[in-house]
Design a protein around this ligand. Structure first.
Ligand SMILES: CC(C)(COP(=O)(O)OP(=O)(O)OC[C@H]1O[C@@H](n2cnc3c(N)ncnc32)[C@H](O)[C@@H]1OP(=O)(O)O)[C@@H](O)C(=O)NCCC(=O)NCCS
Length: 225
């Protein structure tokens, strides 16, 4: 048995067609961003992929948010307001956006730009002590790829749960960068998801790495559309 996860990635562009299918709230948020294009590309991508899968007008879709930490409906993991069984997740950098969609299971996706993993304190900020050995022998570009891959895996898990970075990523252990993606251990105080599956996604945007996670005990069948 496997769970189908539909994934689509797109390079960020400045597109009036994308802006046109956003709702007033999204357009207002875009207007407050220092860089609007990644936000607009990402949110339009969510609407287009969901519109195609559900055979609905992308501009007519409505979304809700709910924070699993404080219960606020002003922030937190977004969901489709009137199609509760379909779940999606969005991630974007200044160059690329990716959306993952699944029916019947909560999903999380994350995309990382290698340059964002290029800082001295990466291990201290993101890894458990016993994860550090998985990076032995890596340097230069390979090291950044490994960091971005592991970081994307951790954040995909945390986005699938809806907790996000409220949970310390160094307490969520994933497999070593050269091994197949999986959740290895959960050391955070917050409750561990009962089941979780994880997979790497190869983005087409150069110098990016991505991963998807879903709250399921089954394998993931990732389908790029
Ligand atoms: C979710 C989070 C991990 C995203 O991190 P990021 O690397 O900056 O951004 P990404 O591009 O990967 O993802 C952003 C998208 O994730 C989604 N998202 C937001 N909160 C989310 C959550 N709690 N769980 C899953 N997805 C979430 C949204 O679609 C968001 O896009 P938007 O801000 O344009 O609407 C981070 O913002 C976070 O941890 N937020 C939660 C903080 C929180 O809950 N604090 C407690 C408040 S009481």
């Amino acid at each position: 048995m496997s769970v189908r996860i539909v994934v689509r990635e797109r390079g960020v562009t400045d597109s009036p067609d994308d802006l046109a299918i956003l709702d007033d709230g999204e357009r207002a948020r875009a207007g407050r961003k220092r860089e609007a294009a990644p936000f607009v590309t990402g949110h339009a991508l969510v609407r287009r992929v969901l519109g195609e899968l559900l055979d609905r007008d992308p501009a007519g879709l409505t979304f809700a948010r709910r924070c699993t930490t404080c219960g606020s409906e002003q922030h937190g993991k977004p969901s489709l307001r009137d199609v509760p069984d379909w779940h999606f997740s969005l991630s974007y950098t200044s160059a690329s956006a990716i959306v993952a969609v699944a029916e019947g299971v909560e999903v999380g996706v994350d995309i990382e730009d290698l340059t964002d993993a290029d800082f001295e304190g990466f291990a201290g900020a993101t890894l458990a002590r016993d994860e550090v050995a998985g990076f032995d022998g890596l340097d230069g570009h390979d090291l950044l790829v490994a960091r971005a891959r592991v970081w994307a895996r951790k954040e995909a898990v945390l986005k699938a749960t809806g907790r996000g970075l409220v949970v310390d990523p160094s307490e969520v252990l994933v497999s070593a960068p050269r091994d197949p993606a999986r959740l290895v251990d959960w050391r955070a105080d917050e409750p561990r998801p009962p089941m979780i599956a994880l997979a790497d996604v190869d983005p087409t945007t150069p110098d990016h790495r991505a991963a998807v996670a879903a709250l399921t005990g089954d394998d993931l069948r990732v389908e790029a559309v």
